[in-house]
Design a protein around this ligand. Sequence first.
Ligand SMILES: *Cc1c(COP(=O)(O)O)cnc(C)c1O
Length: 376
Amino acid sequence: MGYEGYIRLPVHLLPEDGRFGSGPTRVRQSTLDGLAALGASYMGTSHRRPTVRRMVGRVRAGLTEMFELPDGYEVVLGNGGATGFWDAATFGLIEKASQHLSFGEFSSKFARAVTGAPHLDPPEIIEAPPGTHPLPSPSGRIDLYALTHNETSTGVTMPLSRVDAEGLTVVDATSAAGAIPVDPQQFDVYYFSPQKALGGDGGMYVALCSQAAIERIRQIEGSDRWIPPFLSLGSALSNSVKDQTYNTPALGTIFMLADTLEWINGNGGLSWATQRCQANARVLYGWAEKHPMAEPFVSDPNLRSIVTATIDFKAPLSGDDLAATLRQNGLLDMESYRKLGQNQLRIGMWPSIPTADVEALTACLDYLIEAFLNQR
Ligand SMILES: *Cc1c(COP(=O)(O)O)cnc(C)c1O
């Protein structure tokens, strides 16, 4: 339908904060205030000195506590985000052949990064239509299974369990870590960027690594394979255990990540963050199921993400028009994932978002939908 000008939402309907994006996500004001308060005693100081290294130590301790990492697991940090980690894993974690579950934009990207690597066999790629997820297929020739805990582009969460005893189970947890429950016995590597559920900023990756993953890293590092130094997981590991990174990290994101971890851990840990997201998801999916013009895109309720909701709209409503009008009212970043090609909104429901704001958002949507339909 045609978009015919600016509909102003009544102020009393607006949420306290308008950030509902899927990444970067809402960073709590108290985190931003905390960073500003630290100011010159932290920002602009050397990452090789105790002030920053202690902050990295807080991140590593906070993650170890949040995920209840068993003895022998290590928290590895490096620059480059989850996307950088795919290249690092292509060089330093896959021995010969990997298998990738592909069910959306992000899960397909690791497979693409591996395809064509001259030192590897072509990867096995198992696909499923958007809105669902495929299952791994254990195989003797596969030494790394690449899973995605939450496919951020489609809003599908898949259950996690170790695929087999021989291959490493390596999980992209970028939008899951810090919100969706996980058992560390079920993964060898659980890696993510901090700008989704954990309220940090982009640019860095975190990889929680099992003993088997560490052994694999060391074994490949000791082989004759050439590895670009920046992508070396061996040097990421040896720097991380000293609370450092191979090259200069963004100090702001390290503080923001430490602060968010301590906020969640101090309130009851991962299960508390999960409950916050579940409460948000109940409100939003409940609204969509009841509204005659809306519908959750993911039809199986068990697969619906509690952090990124994809909500379809029926003609003559247009998701693009809704997103644009929300944006004009200061409610940001709910545009659908372009390549998915659905008439929808994608809405973040992160631990940083209080349920009252999700309730306010549904009231805003009710108001806008009615206004759009009446304009016709
Ligand atoms: C956002 C996202 C990425 C990419 O993260 P970058 O920090 O931009 O590299 C990868 N995987 C998933 C599941 C994501 O949500």
